[in-house]
Design a protein around this ligand. Structure first.
Ligand SMILES: *Cc1c(COP(=O)(O)O)cnc(C)c1O
Length: 494
C-alpha cells in the first residue's frame, strides 16, 4: 500500500481514478433506462395492479440505488447483471409493501388480555356495526333531534354510564347530581380533572401512589403539568389517614387516590381504605378524586381474580370524581371516562382545554354500543369478557386440536407440545392476578426461539407469541377461535 508521502503516489492515484472511471462507465452502460425497464413484461404487468406514477417512481428509485452503488464501487459486473435481472421482482415487492396498510390485524398469542402494544381491548360486533353506521353518513353528534338545536356530544354516553352505576344499587348515581365527560384516555381525564379543579392548589397524594402507569404517564409529572401543587404524604409502603389529615390546609384543593394498577406492594404496607378517605374528604370539605384506571364494572371474582376494585365500589363509597379508561376492563374503545358530582363535572366542562381532549363520533359510537352491552344480562358479546371467561379446559381442547392437525401436515422441523400457562390481564390491571390457560409450545430444529418468534411475526396475519425456556409459547386464551384454522396452515408452513 502506497502512502501519500511516497514518490510516485500522485501518478498511481491518478491511474487508479482513470481505471475506476472506465469501470464505472462500463457498468453504467449496462443499466437499463426506465423505459427499457417498463418494457419488460414482468414490469409492464404491474400496471394492472398499480398506478403508472407509482410504478415509474419505484423503477426510478431502484435504478438510482444501482447507480449509487456503482459510483461508490459497491458493484461488480457480474453482481450488477444479477441485480438487473432481479429488478422486476424488487419493484413488485416494493409496490406491494408500499400499498399495504401499516396498521394491520395480528394474532395475539401472548396471553396478555389487555396488551397496550396490541391495541388493548378488541371491540364487539355491535360496537363495530355502530361505528360503521354512524360514520358512513352524517349523524346527530351534537344535534338535539327534539329541538333541532345544538347539544353536547357527551349526551351519547352520560345516561348509559349513570345507568350502569345505578344498576348496582348505587342510588347516588342520579343524573341531577352526577355527570359524565368523555375524553381521549384516562391520562387526559386525570390531567384535565387536576387542571380544572386544583390549578395552583395543593393536591394531597400518598407517596405509595406516585406511580408510573406506563408509556410515560407519571402521576407527579402530570400533576406538575396540570399546574397543581403536589403535596406528598406518608411513605412508599405505609400511608395512614392521619398523614392526609396533617397535610390539610387552606391551600388544599383536592385529595387524590391513584389505583396501584400495575404493581403491588407486599408485606409491611398499608394505606387508608377508600371509605376512610371519603369520610375525611367530607369532614374537610375537600373533594376526593380517584384515578381508577381500569374501568372495571363487573367483578373479576368470577374468573378467580380477587381484590381488584371496580368503578361501582368507588361509587358506593362516595368518591366525588373518578377517571377510568375505556379500553381496559370496560372492553370498549380508547377513551377516558370522567364521572362525578355535577358541580365538579361542570367545572371541568368549562375548562377551555376540554376542546383539545374531546373524542370523535367513532369513539362515542363504540363506547355507546359497549355500554349498552354492559347493561344486558350477558356481557359475553364483549370480547374481553369472552376472553376472560374462557375455561382452561376449553383452551386446552383447542391447543390439542390444532397440534393434532399440524402433526398430520407439518414437515417435522417443528417440535410442538401443549403446555399449561398463566394468562395475564395486562394493561395496568390486576398486576398479580393470572388466569389458568393453555399454550402451544414450539421449537424449531434449525431456528432459535428468538428467530422462530421473529418468523411468526412475518406471517400474514403476524402471530405474536412469547419465549419461555427456549421455546415459543402461543397462549390460545387471547387468540379468537376463528383464527384456529389460520394457525394450522401458517404453522404447518414452517
Ligand atoms: C391505565 C391507567 C392510566 C392510563 O390510562 P390511559 O387510558 O392509557 O391513558 C391511568 N391511571 C391508571 C390508574 C391506570 O390504570
Amino acid at each position: 500500500m502506497m502512502r501519500y508521502s511516497d514518490p510516485g503516489y500522485l501518478t498511481m492515484a491518478i491511474r487508479d481514478l482513470q481505471h475506476d472511471n472506465q469501470t464505472h462507465h462500463r457498468l453504467f452502460r449496462v443499466l437499463p433506462s426506465v423505459n427499457d425497464l417498463l418494457l419488460i413484461p414482468a414490469c409492464r404487468a404491474l400496471l394492472n395492479t398499480h398506478p403508472r406514477h407509482a410504478l415509474l417512481n419505484a423503477a426510478r428509485r431502484a435504478l438510482a440505488e444501482l447507480r449509487f452503488d456503482i459510483s461508490s464501487e459497491q458493484q461488480t459486473e457480474a453482481g450488477l447483471q444479477q441485480r438487473i435481472d432481479q429488478l422486476p421482482n424488487l419493484i413488485a415487492d416494493r409496490l406491494l409493501s408500499e400499498s399495504r396498510y401499516s396498521l394491520r390485524p395480528v394474532i395475539n398469542a401472548t396471553g396478555v388480555i389487555l396488551h397496550t402494544n396490541l391495541g388493548r381491548a378488541p371491540l364487539s360486533d355491535a360496537a363495530l356495526r355502530h361505528i360503521v353506521e354512524v360514520a358512513q353518513d352524517y349523524c346527530n353528534l351534537e344535534l338535539d333531534l327534539e329541538t333541532g338545536s345544538r347539544s353536547r356530544r357527551d349526551i351519547h354516553a352520560e345516561p348509559l354510564v349513570l345507568r350502569i352505576l345505578n344498576g348496582a344499587g348505587v342510588a347516588a348515581a342520579d343524573p341531577d347530581r352526577y355527570g359524565v365527560l368523555i375524553v381521549n384516555n384516562c391520562a387526559a381525564a386525570t390531567f384535565l380533572a387536576l387542571n380544572s379543579l386544583a390549578e395552583h392548589a395543593e393536591v394531597i397524594v400518598s407517596r405509595g401512589e406516585l406511580v408510573e402507569i406506563g408509556g410515560g404517564f407519571r402521576i407527579p409529572e402530570i400533576l406538575d403539568k396540570s399546574g397543581a401543587v403536589l403535596k406528598e404524604v406518608g411513605t412508599t409502603n405505609r400511608t395512614r389517614l392521619a398523614d392526609y389529615e396533617r397535610a390539610l390546609c387552606p391551600a388544599t384543593g383536592l385529595l387524590l387516590r391513584v389505583h396501584q394498577s400495575n404493581f403491588s406492594i407486599e408485606g409491611f404496607s398499608e394505606r387508608p381504605s377508600l371509605q376512610d378517605l371519603v369520610a375525611l374528604s367530607k369532614r374537610a370539605g375537600i373533594p376526593l378524586f380517584e384515578d381508577q384506571g381500569t374501568g372495571l364494572v363487573s367483578s373479576l371474582q368470577r374468573f378467580g381474580i380477587n381484590g381488584e376494585p371496580g368503578l361501582l365500589q368507588s361509587f358506593e363509597c362516595g368518591v366525588d370524581l373518578i377517571a377510568a379508561s375505556g379500553d381496559k376492563l370496560l372492553g370498549g374503545p380508547q377513551c377516558g371516562i370522567l364521572v362525578g358530582r355535577t358541580k365538579l363535572i361542570e367545572r371541568i366542562r368549562s375548562n377551555p382545554l376540554l376542546r383539545a381532549f374531546r373524542v370523535d363520533k367513532l369513539t362515542y359510537a363504540a363506547l355507546e354500543a359497549t355500554l349498552l352491552e354492559r347493561l344486558t344480562d350477558d356481557a359475553t358479546s364483549i370480547p374481553t369478557e369472552r376472553i376472560l371467561s374462557a375455561p382452561a379446559e376449553e383452551i386446552m381442547g383447542r391447543c390439542r386440536e390444532i397440534t393434532r392437525e399440524i402433526a398430520s401436515i407439518a414437515s417435522g422441523d417443528l417440535v410442538f407440545d401443549v403446555v399449561p400457562v398463566a394468562s395475564l390481564v395486562g394493561g395496568g390491571t390486576a398486576p398479580t392476578a393470572s388466569l389458568q390457560s393453555c399454550a402451544i409450545s414450539l421449537r424449531h430444529v434449525s431456528l432459535t426461539a428468538a428467530e422462530l418468534l421473529a418468523a411468526l411475526r412475518k406471517f400474514e396475519p403476524p402471530i405474536i407469541g412469547r419465549v419461555a425456556d427456549n421455546a415459543v409459547l402461543l397462549d390460545m386464551r387471547t387468540v379468537p377461535p376463528h383464527f384456529d384454522s389460520d394457525l394450522v396452515s401458517l404453522l404447518s408452513s414452517l
